[in-house]
Write a protein that binds this ligand. Structure first.
Ligand code: ADP
Length: 363
Protein backbone atom coordinates (compact mmCIF):
# COMPACT_ATOMS: atom_id res chain seq x y z
CA UNK A 1 0.00 0.00 0.00
CA UNK A 2 1.58 3.25 -1.01
CA UNK A 3 -1.10 5.74 -0.08
CA UNK A 4 -0.58 7.78 3.02
CA UNK A 5 -4.18 7.46 4.19
CA UNK A 6 -5.83 4.18 4.94
CA UNK A 7 -9.27 3.38 3.66
CA UNK A 8 -11.94 3.13 6.32
CA UNK A 9 -11.00 0.43 8.79
CA UNK A 10 -13.59 -2.27 8.77
CA UNK A 11 -14.28 -2.30 5.06
CA UNK A 12 -10.62 -2.51 4.18
CA UNK A 13 -9.88 -5.08 6.83
CA UNK A 14 -12.68 -7.27 5.66
CA UNK A 15 -10.61 -7.79 2.56
CA UNK A 16 -7.59 -8.44 4.80
CA UNK A 17 -8.92 -11.79 5.80
CA UNK A 18 -9.74 -12.74 2.26
CA UNK A 19 -6.68 -11.32 0.52
CA UNK A 20 -4.24 -11.38 3.41
CA UNK A 21 -3.31 -7.74 2.86
CA UNK A 22 -2.96 -5.50 5.87
CA UNK A 23 -4.21 -1.93 5.69
CA UNK A 24 -1.45 -0.07 7.38
CA UNK A 25 -0.58 3.51 6.75
CA UNK A 26 3.09 4.18 6.31
CA UNK A 27 3.97 0.93 7.95
CA UNK A 28 4.14 -1.06 4.73
CA UNK A 29 6.67 1.26 3.19
CA UNK A 30 8.65 1.14 6.43
CA UNK A 31 9.04 -2.62 6.15
CA UNK A 32 12.62 -3.76 5.81
CA UNK A 33 13.54 -6.47 3.34
CA UNK A 34 13.68 -8.94 6.24
CA UNK A 35 16.70 -10.56 7.83
CA UNK A 36 16.65 -13.42 5.39
CA UNK A 37 16.74 -16.00 8.15
CA UNK A 38 13.28 -16.31 9.53
CA UNK A 39 9.63 -15.81 8.84
CA UNK A 40 9.44 -12.45 10.63
CA UNK A 41 11.28 -9.30 9.69
CA UNK A 42 13.36 -7.56 12.35
CA UNK A 43 12.06 -4.35 13.89
CA UNK A 44 11.34 -1.96 11.01
CA UNK A 45 13.57 1.10 10.84
CA UNK A 46 10.55 3.33 11.36
CA UNK A 47 8.96 1.76 14.45
CA UNK A 48 5.21 1.49 14.17
CA UNK A 49 3.41 3.46 16.85
CA UNK A 50 0.62 1.92 18.87
CA UNK A 51 -1.51 4.10 21.13
CA UNK A 52 -2.81 1.88 23.93
CA UNK A 53 -5.78 3.42 25.73
CA UNK A 54 -6.53 1.44 28.85
CA UNK A 55 -6.18 0.48 32.47
CA UNK A 56 -3.20 0.63 34.79
CA UNK A 57 -3.47 -1.36 38.02
CA UNK A 58 -1.39 -2.60 40.88
CA UNK A 59 -2.08 -6.30 41.41
CA UNK A 60 -2.04 -7.30 45.08
CA UNK A 61 -1.41 -11.03 45.02
CA UNK A 62 -1.88 -13.22 48.09
CA UNK A 63 -1.01 -16.93 47.99
CA UNK A 64 -3.49 -18.95 50.06
CA UNK A 65 -3.94 -22.69 50.71
CA UNK A 66 -7.52 -22.36 49.41
CA UNK A 67 -9.77 -19.50 48.35
CA UNK A 68 -11.29 -17.93 51.48
CA UNK A 69 -14.91 -18.86 52.19
CA UNK A 70 -17.34 -16.16 53.41
CA UNK A 71 -16.40 -15.17 56.96
CA UNK A 72 -13.18 -17.21 56.92
CA UNK A 73 -9.81 -15.76 58.00
CA UNK A 74 -6.88 -17.47 56.34
CA UNK A 75 -3.12 -17.37 56.72
CA UNK A 76 -1.61 -16.54 53.35
CA UNK A 77 1.88 -17.77 52.56
CA UNK A 78 3.10 -14.77 50.52
CA UNK A 79 2.15 -11.31 49.31
CA UNK A 80 3.37 -9.50 46.20
CA UNK A 81 2.58 -6.21 44.49
CA UNK A 82 2.86 -6.62 40.73
CA UNK A 83 2.14 -4.03 38.03
CA UNK A 84 -0.90 -4.99 35.96
CA UNK A 85 -4.02 -3.73 34.23
CA UNK A 86 -4.78 -4.86 30.70
CA UNK A 87 -3.83 -1.51 29.15
CA UNK A 88 -0.46 -1.44 30.88
CA UNK A 89 0.20 -5.13 30.15
CA UNK A 90 -0.43 -4.61 26.45
CA UNK A 91 1.63 -1.41 26.37
CA UNK A 92 4.55 -3.34 27.90
CA UNK A 93 4.13 -6.09 25.31
CA UNK A 94 4.13 -3.57 22.42
CA UNK A 95 7.29 -1.92 23.77
CA UNK A 96 9.16 -5.21 24.27
CA UNK A 97 8.12 -6.35 20.80
CA UNK A 98 9.78 -3.26 19.32
CA UNK A 99 6.87 -0.89 18.75
CA UNK A 100 6.63 2.72 19.80
CA UNK A 101 4.27 2.23 22.72
CA UNK A 102 2.22 5.21 23.86
CA UNK A 103 -0.06 4.65 26.83
CA UNK A 104 -3.08 6.80 27.58
CA UNK A 105 -4.39 6.19 31.09
CA UNK A 106 -4.91 7.43 34.62
CA UNK A 107 -3.35 6.60 37.99
CA UNK A 108 -3.92 8.06 41.44
CA UNK A 109 -1.58 10.37 43.33
CA UNK A 110 -0.74 7.54 45.74
CA UNK A 111 2.45 5.48 46.11
CA UNK A 112 1.14 2.85 43.65
CA UNK A 113 0.61 5.51 40.98
CA UNK A 114 4.20 6.72 41.20
CA UNK A 115 5.54 3.16 41.20
CA UNK A 116 3.39 2.14 38.23
CA UNK A 117 4.41 5.09 36.06
CA UNK A 118 8.07 4.58 36.92
CA UNK A 119 7.85 0.93 35.89
CA UNK A 120 6.18 1.82 32.59
CA UNK A 121 8.87 4.38 31.82
CA UNK A 122 11.55 1.80 32.51
CA UNK A 123 9.94 -0.31 29.78
CA UNK A 124 10.44 2.55 27.33
CA UNK A 125 6.73 3.42 27.18
CA UNK A 126 5.69 6.99 26.44
CA UNK A 127 3.76 7.90 29.60
CA UNK A 128 3.20 11.58 28.85
CA UNK A 129 -0.52 10.89 28.63
CA UNK A 130 -0.74 8.93 31.87
CA UNK A 131 -2.03 11.56 34.29
CA UNK A 132 -1.77 11.30 38.08
CA UNK A 133 -5.12 12.44 39.41
CA UNK A 134 -5.05 14.34 42.70
CA UNK A 135 -7.14 12.88 45.50
CA UNK A 136 -7.68 9.63 43.59
CA UNK A 137 -6.49 6.07 44.26
CA UNK A 138 -4.78 4.03 41.58
CA UNK A 139 -6.64 1.03 40.24
CA UNK A 140 -5.96 -2.21 42.11
CA UNK A 141 -6.73 -5.87 41.62
CA UNK A 142 -6.86 -7.96 44.80
CA UNK A 143 -5.98 -11.49 43.78
CA UNK A 144 -6.11 -14.67 45.86
CA UNK A 145 -4.22 -17.54 44.28
CA UNK A 146 -4.56 -21.00 45.78
CA UNK A 147 -1.94 -23.72 45.42
CA UNK A 148 -3.90 -25.42 42.64
CA UNK A 149 -3.51 -22.12 40.65
CA UNK A 150 -7.26 -21.35 40.91
CA UNK A 151 -7.76 -17.69 41.67
CA UNK A 152 -10.34 -15.10 42.60
CA UNK A 153 -9.97 -11.47 41.64
CA UNK A 154 -11.64 -8.24 42.79
CA UNK A 155 -10.80 -5.13 40.79
CA UNK A 156 -11.27 -1.58 42.01
CA UNK A 157 -11.04 0.69 38.97
CA UNK A 158 -9.99 3.81 40.93
CA UNK A 159 -8.36 6.34 38.61
CA UNK A 160 -9.05 4.14 35.55
CA UNK A 161 -12.74 5.07 35.86
CA UNK A 162 -11.79 8.72 35.48
CA UNK A 163 -10.46 8.45 31.92
CA UNK A 164 -13.27 10.25 30.12
CA UNK A 165 -14.20 10.82 26.45
CA UNK A 166 -13.31 14.52 26.85
CA UNK A 167 -9.75 13.50 27.78
CA UNK A 168 -9.46 11.66 24.47
CA UNK A 169 -10.86 14.53 22.45
CA UNK A 170 -7.84 16.51 23.64
CA UNK A 171 -5.61 13.76 22.24
CA UNK A 172 -7.20 13.66 18.79
CA UNK A 173 -3.96 14.60 17.00
CA UNK A 174 -1.99 11.93 18.91
CA UNK A 175 -4.53 9.29 17.87
CA UNK A 176 -4.62 10.59 14.30
CA UNK A 177 -0.85 10.07 13.96
CA UNK A 178 -0.83 6.51 15.32
CA UNK A 179 -0.40 3.41 13.19
CA UNK A 180 -2.86 1.60 15.43
CA UNK A 181 -5.03 2.13 18.50
CA UNK A 182 -5.37 -0.74 20.96
CA UNK A 183 -8.28 -0.88 23.43
CA UNK A 184 -9.63 -3.14 26.18
CA UNK A 185 -12.63 -2.81 28.50
CA UNK A 186 -11.16 -1.87 31.90
CA UNK A 187 -11.91 1.83 31.34
CA UNK A 188 -15.38 3.41 30.92
CA UNK A 189 -17.20 2.05 27.87
CA UNK A 190 -18.04 5.55 26.64
CA UNK A 191 -14.31 6.29 26.56
CA UNK A 192 -13.68 3.17 24.47
CA UNK A 193 -16.50 4.24 22.16
CA UNK A 194 -15.02 7.75 21.82
CA UNK A 195 -11.59 6.28 21.04
CA UNK A 196 -13.05 4.11 18.29
CA UNK A 197 -14.89 7.08 16.81
CA UNK A 198 -11.83 9.34 16.82
CA UNK A 199 -9.60 6.63 15.35
CA UNK A 200 -12.16 5.86 12.65
CA UNK A 201 -12.45 9.53 11.76
CA UNK A 202 -8.71 9.56 11.08
CA UNK A 203 -8.67 6.13 9.43
CA UNK A 204 -6.40 4.68 12.09
CA UNK A 205 -6.36 0.90 12.50
CA UNK A 206 -8.24 -0.19 15.66
CA UNK A 207 -8.14 -3.34 17.77
CA UNK A 208 -10.55 -4.04 20.62
CA UNK A 209 -9.70 -6.78 23.11
CA UNK A 210 -13.14 -7.45 24.56
CA UNK A 211 -11.92 -8.23 28.08
CA UNK A 212 -13.41 -8.11 30.56
CA UNK A 213 -16.92 -8.45 29.14
CA UNK A 214 -19.17 -5.97 30.97
CA UNK A 215 -22.03 -7.43 33.06
CA UNK A 216 -24.60 -6.52 30.39
CA UNK A 217 -22.49 -7.98 27.56
CA UNK A 218 -20.61 -6.07 24.86
CA UNK A 219 -22.76 -3.04 23.96
CA UNK A 220 -23.78 -2.94 20.30
CA UNK A 221 -22.59 0.68 20.21
CA UNK A 222 -18.99 -0.60 20.30
CA UNK A 223 -18.67 -1.35 16.62
CA UNK A 224 -16.71 -1.06 13.40
CA UNK A 225 -13.31 -1.73 14.89
CA UNK A 226 -10.81 -3.32 12.49
CA UNK A 227 -10.20 -6.30 14.77
CA UNK A 228 -12.42 -7.52 17.60
CA UNK A 229 -10.51 -10.06 19.67
CA UNK A 230 -12.25 -12.02 22.44
CA UNK A 231 -10.88 -15.13 24.10
CA UNK A 232 -12.97 -18.32 24.17
CA UNK A 233 -15.03 -17.52 27.24
CA UNK A 234 -15.63 -13.93 26.14
CA UNK A 235 -16.66 -15.06 22.64
CA UNK A 236 -19.14 -17.48 24.25
CA UNK A 237 -20.46 -14.84 26.63
CA UNK A 238 -20.90 -12.17 23.96
CA UNK A 239 -22.34 -14.42 21.26
CA UNK A 240 -24.39 -16.72 23.49
CA UNK A 241 -22.83 -19.74 21.74
CA UNK A 242 -20.32 -22.18 23.19
CA UNK A 243 -16.82 -21.58 21.92
CA UNK A 244 -14.83 -24.74 22.59
CA UNK A 245 -13.52 -25.54 19.11
CA UNK A 246 -12.41 -23.61 16.01
CA UNK A 247 -15.76 -24.47 14.39
CA UNK A 248 -17.59 -23.03 17.40
CA UNK A 249 -15.39 -19.93 17.10
CA UNK A 250 -16.55 -19.41 13.50
CA UNK A 251 -20.18 -19.51 14.62
CA UNK A 252 -19.51 -17.15 17.54
CA UNK A 253 -17.58 -14.83 15.21
CA UNK A 254 -20.55 -14.71 12.82
CA UNK A 255 -22.76 -13.43 15.65
CA UNK A 256 -20.15 -10.83 16.64
CA UNK A 257 -19.77 -9.68 13.03
CA UNK A 258 -23.53 -9.29 12.68
CA UNK A 259 -23.76 -7.25 15.89
CA UNK A 260 -20.53 -5.23 15.97
CA UNK A 261 -19.48 -5.09 12.30
CA UNK A 262 -15.73 -5.45 12.88
CA UNK A 263 -13.34 -5.99 9.97
CA UNK A 264 -12.27 -9.32 11.43
CA UNK A 265 -12.95 -11.28 14.58
CA UNK A 266 -9.90 -13.02 16.01
CA UNK A 267 -10.85 -15.55 18.70
CA UNK A 268 -8.03 -16.54 21.04
CA UNK A 269 -8.40 -20.26 21.60
CA UNK A 270 -5.87 -20.88 24.38
CA UNK A 271 -3.77 -23.99 23.81
CA UNK A 272 -5.55 -24.57 20.46
CA UNK A 273 -4.32 -21.34 18.84
CA UNK A 274 -6.52 -18.71 17.21
CA UNK A 275 -9.29 -18.34 14.67
CA UNK A 276 -9.71 -15.31 12.41
CA UNK A 277 -12.97 -14.79 10.59
CA UNK A 278 -14.19 -11.90 8.47
CA UNK A 279 -17.70 -13.16 7.78
CA UNK A 280 -16.94 -13.63 4.09
CA UNK A 281 -14.22 -15.91 2.75
CA UNK A 282 -12.63 -18.82 4.54
CA UNK A 283 -11.92 -18.53 8.27
CA UNK A 284 -8.23 -18.74 9.10
CA UNK A 285 -7.24 -21.14 11.89
CA UNK A 286 -3.69 -20.76 13.19
CA UNK A 287 -2.67 -23.64 15.46
CA UNK A 288 -0.76 -22.84 18.63
CA UNK A 289 2.87 -23.70 19.25
CA UNK A 290 3.57 -26.53 21.59
CA UNK A 291 5.22 -25.20 24.76
CA UNK A 292 5.46 -26.16 28.41
CA UNK A 293 2.90 -23.74 29.79
CA UNK A 294 3.57 -22.63 33.38
CA UNK A 295 1.16 -19.74 33.79
CA UNK A 296 -1.30 -18.53 31.17
CA UNK A 297 -1.85 -15.14 32.87
CA UNK A 298 -1.71 -12.37 30.27
CA UNK A 299 -1.12 -14.74 27.32
CA UNK A 300 -4.08 -12.98 25.72
CA UNK A 301 -2.49 -9.58 26.34
CA UNK A 302 0.76 -10.70 24.70
CA UNK A 303 -1.21 -12.13 21.76
CA UNK A 304 -3.38 -9.05 21.13
CA UNK A 305 -0.47 -6.62 21.48
CA UNK A 306 1.66 -8.68 19.09
CA UNK A 307 -1.15 -8.95 16.55
CA UNK A 308 -1.79 -5.20 16.71
CA UNK A 309 1.86 -4.32 16.32
CA UNK A 310 2.47 -6.57 13.32
CA UNK A 311 -0.67 -5.27 11.60
CA UNK A 312 0.52 -1.71 12.35
CA UNK A 313 3.85 -2.62 10.75
CA UNK A 314 2.04 -3.72 7.60
CA UNK A 315 2.36 -7.49 7.98
CA UNK A 316 -0.07 -9.81 6.29
CA UNK A 317 -2.79 -11.16 8.56
CA UNK A 318 -1.56 -14.78 8.45
CA UNK A 319 1.95 -13.71 9.40
CA UNK A 320 0.68 -11.39 12.15
CA UNK A 321 -1.35 -14.27 13.61
CA UNK A 322 1.66 -16.57 13.60
CA UNK A 323 3.69 -13.91 15.39
CA UNK A 324 0.86 -13.36 17.91
CA UNK A 325 0.52 -17.10 18.56
CA UNK A 326 4.26 -17.24 19.25
CA UNK A 327 4.10 -14.25 21.62
CA UNK A 328 1.12 -15.80 23.45
CA UNK A 329 2.85 -19.19 23.71
CA UNK A 330 6.05 -17.62 25.07
CA UNK A 331 4.06 -15.66 27.67
CA UNK A 332 2.69 -18.95 29.05
CA UNK A 333 6.19 -20.24 29.72
CA UNK A 334 6.81 -17.62 32.44
CA UNK A 335 5.06 -16.65 35.65
CA UNK A 336 3.24 -13.34 35.97
CA UNK A 337 1.67 -10.77 33.67
CA UNK A 338 4.02 -7.99 32.56
CA UNK A 339 6.98 -10.10 33.63
CA UNK A 340 6.10 -12.76 31.12
CA UNK A 341 5.88 -10.54 28.04
CA UNK A 342 8.44 -11.66 25.45
CA UNK A 343 10.81 -9.41 23.50
CA UNK A 344 10.98 -9.14 19.72
CA UNK A 345 14.25 -11.07 19.64
CA UNK A 346 12.72 -13.89 21.70
CA UNK A 347 9.70 -14.20 19.41
CA UNK A 348 11.86 -14.17 16.29
CA UNK A 349 14.22 -16.79 17.71
CA UNK A 350 11.23 -18.92 18.74
CA UNK A 351 9.69 -18.68 15.26
CA UNK A 352 12.97 -19.53 13.55
CA UNK A 353 13.39 -22.59 15.75
CA UNK A 354 9.79 -23.67 15.14
CA UNK A 355 10.26 -23.29 11.39
CA UNK A 356 13.50 -25.28 11.48
CA UNK A 357 11.86 -28.06 13.45
CA UNK A 358 8.96 -28.12 11.04
CA UNK A 359 11.19 -28.33 7.99
CA UNK A 360 13.40 -31.03 9.54
CA UNK A 361 10.24 -33.07 10.14
CA UNK A 362 9.44 -32.76 6.43
CA UNK A 363 6.07 -32.10 4.80
P1 ADP B 1 -6.55 -15.17 27.43
O1 ADP B 1 -5.27 -15.04 28.19
O2 ADP B 1 -7.15 -13.86 27.01
O3 ADP B 1 -7.55 -16.10 28.07
P2 ADP B 1 -5.77 -17.34 25.67
O4 ADP B 1 -5.65 -18.22 26.86
O5 ADP B 1 -6.68 -17.78 24.59
O6 ADP B 1 -6.15 -15.84 26.03
O7 ADP B 1 -4.29 -17.18 25.09
C1 ADP B 1 -3.96 -16.27 24.07
C2 ADP B 1 -3.08 -16.93 23.04
O8 ADP B 1 -1.87 -17.42 23.66
C3 ADP B 1 -3.70 -18.15 22.36
O9 ADP B 1 -4.51 -17.76 21.28
C4 ADP B 1 -2.46 -18.94 21.95
O10 ADP B 1 -1.92 -18.38 20.77
C5 ADP B 1 -1.49 -18.66 23.10
N1 ADP B 1 -1.60 -19.70 24.15
C6 ADP B 1 -2.38 -19.67 25.25
N2 ADP B 1 -2.24 -20.82 25.98
C7 ADP B 1 -1.35 -21.57 25.31
C8 ADP B 1 -0.76 -22.85 25.54
N3 ADP B 1 -1.08 -23.60 26.60
N4 ADP B 1 0.14 -23.32 24.63
C9 ADP B 1 0.50 -22.58 23.54
N5 ADP B 1 -0.02 -21.37 23.28
C10 ADP B 1 -0.93 -20.85 24.13
Amino acid sequence: MTTTKKPTGSRQTRSVATTGKAPSRGARKAQPKGDGEGPTPAIPRRRASVVVIGSINMDLVVRVPHLPAPGETLAGSSFQTLPGGKGANQAVAVARLGGRSILVGRVGDDAFGAQLVQGLRREGIDTRHVAKLPGTRSGVAVIHVEDSAQNSIAIVAGANARLRPTDLRKLESLIAKADAVLLQLEIPLETVRAALQIARRHEVFTVLDSAPVPPGGLPATLREMDILSPNQSEAALISGHPCDTPDDAVRAADVLIERHNPGIVVVKLGAQGSLAHAGTGDPLFTPSFSVKALDTTAAGDAFTAALTLRMAEGAELSEALLFANAAGALATTRMGAQNSMPTRAEVERFLRRAQKERSSRGP
